[in-house]
Design a protein around this ligand. Structure first.
Ligand code: 13P
Ligand code: MG
Ligand code: MG
Length: 365
């Protein structure tokens, strides 16, 4: 059976700043979506990571489908009404356009979609992050399909050893989708050359050598849609696991790195990406970036799960590590590597100040 997984997410308002949606907003979105179970959609799951609500839907309508995207868009609109009624902060933050035009591409919500012939057992993971940009997963996505010390399947399993093909997008190009395909392991070093720049080059997807979709990631840059800073992109990704693909534990292990990523308070700092449990609030310490992992099984589009993949005690140690890394970085405040590059700063005051100061500079005779 050919199934499409659609994970669509948006920040439509949160309590006491950029923390988490209210119970009423979540219920509004959930009820709106669940009404269509057995009708437009087969099954669904609704949750949140920090202030971003994610809607996962299974269906047979394919990708970029008007009915499916429209359902998520309208659920977010309904949720926004509730957020406004409650006076939540940033109500409707990620709904950047007024009229729905067929799909949510370029409208604010982030989305990852995959269509495939369902396997006899279909395990997959949805990763959702908050307070970070679309390239935050780059290093982990590299490790999953290129590094045999994280995915021993690359040397143990003949099927996994065949290699994979990445599609990487230049998210700063605004005239259309500018992408490149790279096969690994052959072009592994070219891939690394691109992925080091998390603010420009983003893994959009990964396929097997047979062309089967394994991974899809959201690639939206809200800044490019709105023309100004309106919040971080907070990416969402879907990754299929097991059999010919890396195992669930191989896909989760790279998050042990807790790499430094751009985002955090005012989207303008660098802190360590901390794995958290499902439906966690954002961190009130400088909005430390967070990521959660929801594991599902699927049969004929029906979901079983989620299992909270960052909930077991091992991840407590990783949380501590991420906290330590972030605390060390925060010791140096605005200095050097602790703050995003000048081009990436989400607010304009610093650039304005630099321009003013430039006028006062003079070359000594
Ligand atoms: P969000 O993108 O999660 O709304 O965060 C915005 C922000 O600037 C937090 O300081
Ligand atoms: Mg927000
Ligand atoms: Mg957010």
């Amino acid at each position: 059976m050919k199934i499409t997984l659609s994970a669509i997410k948006a920040d439509i308002g949160s309590i006491a700043g950029h923390t988490q949606p209210s119970a009423a907003v979540l219920k509004t979105v959930r009820d709106f979506i669940f009404r269509e179970k057995g009708n437009k959609i087969i099954d669904a799951y609704v949750g949140h990571c920090g202030d971003d609500i994610h809607i996962l839907m299974t269906h047979t309508h394919g990708e970029n489908n008007e009915q499916i995207h429209g359902l998520a868009w309208n659920a977010f609109q309904e949720g926004t009404k509730m957020a406004k009624a409650e006076g939540l902060y940033g109500a409707g933050q990620d709904l950047l356009k007024d009229a729905f035009t067929g799909n949510v591409h370029g409208m604010g919500p982030g989305y990852a979609e995959m269509t495939f012939e369902e396997r006899e057992s279909e395990p997959f993971i949805m990763f959702a992050a908050d307070k970070t940009g679309p390239g935050a997963y780059n290093f982990m996505f590299y490790k999953m399909f290129c590094d045999e010390s994280f995915t021993p399947g690359l040397i143990l399993s003949p099927a996994v050893k065949k290699g994979f093909m990445y599609t990487v997008m230049d998210v700063n190009y605004t005239e259309g989708d500018k992408v490149v395909e790279l096969s690994v392991p052959e072009e592994r070093l070219d891939l690394a050359t691109l992925l080091r720049d998390e603010n420009r080059f983003v893994v959009e997807g990964v396929c097997s050598r047979e062309g089967e979709h394994v991974l899809k990631n959201s690639t939206s840059r809200l800044h490019n849609i709105a023309g100004k800073y309106v919040g971080k992109d907070d990416p969402i990704a879907l990754v299929r696991a097991q059999k010919n693909f890396p195992a669930t534990e191989e896909l989760c292990a790279p998050f042990r790195i807790a790499p430094f990523v751009t985002g955090d308070a005012r989207g303008s700092h660098i802190m360590a990406l901390m794995p958290v449990t499902l439906n966690s609030p954002a961190s009130s310490d400088m909005c430390n970036p967070i990521v959660c992992a929801a594991g599902f099984s699927m049969k004929n589009g029906k979901l079983t799960g989620p299992v909270d993949l960052f909930a077991d005690p091992m991840w407590d140690a990783i949380r501590k590590k991420a906290q330590k890394k972030s605390i060390f970085m925060r010791e140096q405040g605005w200095f050097g590597a602790a703050m995003a590059t000048t081009e990436e700063l989400s607010y304009t005051a610093m650039r304005d100040t630099l321009a003013e100061l430039d006028k006062k500079f003079h070359v000594r005779k």
